[in-house]
Design a protein around this ligand. Structure first.
Ligand code: URP
Ligand code: ZN
Ligand code: ZN
Length: 467
């Protein structure tokens, strides 16, 4: 099967140029200047020609932080791997990296097997897993080596959620030390969960139960302190570190300082921290529960710092932390007690469009949009240039993006299995037109033409961003 994408502007992390793209079966085979003799010669043998005039042709988005079907707070995140990856496809994301959770008392491999069986045979787009280590012990440390050998090269630890996922500094250091030896990347949820628990208990004792107190009991300084501590532990362990869902200026300052002294420290932020704020958690009644995630949404002034971090590469990835819970029956578990609101927001479908608004507003350049949503996650998690690039030999995960179309985000039209949108009514510029996943058209003409089970598990190399 030969497909030709004709007349578009190919945008990469390096720049944008008028190029036609030739795809054969699952791979990109060649690029040539639009209108050139070579590109013209491809038309004859093409089984399919996709017209991309006036549109951007970009490598498919890679969302490096999702939680499909994740048990949390006595319930389960609402998207299955089937619905969540289909929604990802609608939004121009052609690969997700989800998290396989080690339960306490279980092995890392058992967690991986459990998540593999959730995803196997149902995904619309390719997928991979990070492993969450919730029980650091001699045998799980050894299992890290096994997973790295098997192409699972990143491990998340938590400084938050005492009694659930929380790891002590000793355990974190041990895992980092192991990662320094086996080349894995440690991903950190950086919040001082022990101190936050005390603040939460004091709030509840005062009868402060509304959703806004989720945010007010988790101050940004607690994220900054934890980020600094994680960075220091990683420095001593000589291990690379990637801070997930960075939301605030203090945490960003810790990352900037580490990077300025040459440490292999990286961070991601999420669209919710760039577009939403503490004010949303303070919406009247229980409405604020729709915006409860961890770390919490911050006062609006943090947003400018995060955009700056994206420009300077102190923040190198935008992922969603997609962890949807329906307002009815799931978020509502926390009526009268904010600690019972399941933590997490939907967003896998909205990421490419929302970050494109950063281009529209002049916060980031067009190539930087591609870099933080596709190329950097690919390099960070050992997928490049199979993913994150449109180059000969790369997987033909390609999005044709219409930069002039407008759309209004709404739960009534989104494809995530959740009954609300955090961005309800937001009118934006830009729209996914066509999506190819390994050469197969899965979105086009306003329809989903993919198939559950088309998405394959992808093994990964070690981090490709280390200095
Ligand atoms: O609120 C969030 N972020 N839920 C998902 C779990 C996590 O910490 O990433
Ligand atoms: Zn987290
Ligand atoms: Zn998460």
């Amino acid at each position: 099967m030969r497909s030709l994408i004709r007349g578009g502007t190919v945008v990469s992390a390096e720049g944008a140029s008028a190029l036609d793209v030739l795809v054969e079966d699952e791979r990109v085979v060649a690029l040539a200047a639009g209108g050139s003799e070579l590109a013209g010669s491809w038309q004859e043998g093409a089984d399919r020609v996709l017209e991309a005039a006036g549109k951007y042709v970009i490598p498919g988005g890679i969302d490096a932080h999702t939680h499909m079907e994740m048990p949390f707070g006595g319930t389960m995140s609402a998207d299955t791997f089937e619905t969540g990856t289909r929604a990802a496809a609608w939004g121009g994301t052609t690969m997700i990296i989800d998290f396989a959770i080690q339960s306490k008392g279980q092995s890392l491999i058992a967690g991986m097997d459990a998540w593999q069986s959730k995803a196997d045979g149902v995904c619309a787009v390719d997928y991979s897993f990070h492993a969450i280590i919730s029980d650091v012990n001699e045998s799980s440390l050894k299992e890290m080596d096994v997973l790295v050998e098997q192409g699972v090269t990143s491990f998340k630890l938590f400084m938050a959620y005492p009694g659930v996922f929380y790891a002590t500094d000793r355990e974190i250091f041990q895992a980092m030390d192991r990662a320094a030896g086996n080349g894995a990347l440690i991903m950190m949820h950086a919040e001082n969960g022990i101190a936050i628990d005390a603040i939460v208990a004091a709030a509840l004792a005062k009868g402060q139960t509304d959703p806004i107190f989720h945010g007010l009991t988790r101050p940004a300084e607690m994220e900054g302190e934890a980020a600094h501590r994680a960075i220091t532990l990683a420095q001593v362990a000589k291990a690379p570190l990637y801070i997930v869902h960075l939301s605030s200026e203090p945490a960003l300052a810790a990352v900037v300082a580490a990077r300025d002294r040459g440490q292999n420290t990286f961070a991601e932020t999420c669209p919710q921290y760039l577009f939403l704020s503490e004010d949303d958690m303070a919406r009247p009644g229980f409405e604020g529960a729709k915006f409860v995630c961890t770390p919490p949404l911050r006062p609006r002034h943090h947003q400018a710092a995060l955009w700056r971090g994206l420009r300077t590469d102190d923040l190198s990835v935008v992922a969603t932390d997609h962890c949807p819970f329906c307002f009815a029956e799931q978020k509502e578990l926390g009526v009268g007690d904010f600690t019972k609101i399941p933590n997490g927001l939907p967003g896998v479908e909205n990421r490419m469009d929302l970050i494109f608004q950063g281009v529209v507003a002049g916060e980031i350049t067009l190539p930087r949009w591609v870099e933080v949503t596709s190329t950097n996650p690919a390099k960070m998690f050992g997928l490049y240039p199979k993913k994150g690039a449109i180059a000969p030999g790369s997987d033909a995960d390609i999005v044709i993006y219409d930069p002039l179309a407008t759309q209004t985000i709404s739960a009534a039209t989104h494809h995530m299995a959740v009954d609300y949108s955090c961005y309800e009514g937001m009118t934006i510029t830009g729209h996914v037109d066509t999506v190819l996943s390994r050469g197969r058209q899965i979105i086009g003409g306003g329809a989903y033409t993919g198939e559950a089970g088309h998405g394959r598990f992808v093994t990964r190399q070690l981090c490709q961003r280390l200095g």
